[in-house]
Write a protein that binds this ligand. Sequence first.
Ligand SMILES: NC(=O)c1ccc[n+]([C@@H]2O[C@H](COP(=O)([O-])OP(=O)(O)OC[C@H]3O[C@@H](n4cnc5c(N)ncnc54)[C@H](OP(=O)(O)O)[C@@H]3O)[C@@H](O)[C@H]2O)c1
Length: 297
Amino acid sequence: MPTDSIKKPAIAIVGCGKVGVSLGKWLSQAGYPVAGLASRSIDSARRAAEIIGTDRFADKPEQITPAADIILVTTPDDTIADVCDAMARTGGIAPGTVVLHCSGALPSTLLARAGEAGAAIGSMHPLQSFAQIRVDTNPFAGIIVSVEGEPGAVATGQAMARDLESVCFEIRTEAKTLYHASAVVASNYLVTVMNLSFQLLESAGIERSEVLQVLQPLIQGTLANIEKVGIPEALTGPIARGDVDTVTTHLERIGQQRPDLLALYRALGTATVPLAEARGLDAGHAGQLKQHLSTPG
Ligand SMILES: NC(=O)c1ccc[n+]([C@@H]2O[C@H](COP(=O)([O-])OP(=O)(O)OC[C@H]3O[C@@H](n4cnc5c(N)ncnc54)[C@H](OP(=O)(O)O)[C@@H]3O)[C@@H](O)[C@H]2O)c1
């Protein structure tokens, strides 16, 4: 919801995918006028226009961006620089505009050509996983939005984050790579770990359609424990207890039934031993566990 009655700057969205349309929809709801929407395909731009409620859309950014105070470049990471260069070349960026991209990994300096055209450049990264366009409820409410770049762009990003009901966090440009690597582990690799768990349960004879229901209380309980007592105290199970026999039995059975999953099980187990040591596992059991987990075959 708008935080005040001052007229908001007009936004243009370039790249009508999951993040672009979600941002356009919820910034528009927060009172930001929509100068226009552009995407590589006119169909994507039209669909976005229907969702956001505007008739200003195009397949060429320069047809809509000159009227914007803020241009949000929400194309895939490897296209951001080229899209920005093309906008600058074709007169799509008016001096005084703020241009922001939404990549978590890449620096705002990628938008240097927009800076040369007189824009303030920055990045604004919503720390959330967008698997689809989110129009039902505000997906930005309560999440972290990290901003970096030139002071004018940072201030604009902060204001938008506030209006989206997000928690704004200013990040150093050089810290973005590790910040993004952390987000990849928390989101993407969590999916990989869950998939390992799901596959093992399926191998135990549980239907794929039921595995989430079976594991959900355990997953949620573990997250709640991390929240309550932190890491490493939230660690339970055979490695935390130093139960070498149980871990050895796991390795044998996975090796027989799902040898394709063994390397990941070993790697995760090996990475878990130091956490168990940090919460009191003795060196003798830790050494045995490390040895079993790292010995192939
Ligand atoms: N998805 C996430 O979870 C997430 C989270 C935080 C930040 N981000 C960041 O947000 C940005 C967008 O990611 P996304 O997941 O929303 O991607 P996406 O769903 O693939 O959407 C990207 C859109 O950009 C358009 N596009 C591609 N090349 C273009 C070009 N040359 N000119 C104009 N439009 C072009 C595509 O348009 P057409 O449909 O017209 O082909 C597509 O709709 C990325 O920087 C990403 O790192 C993503």
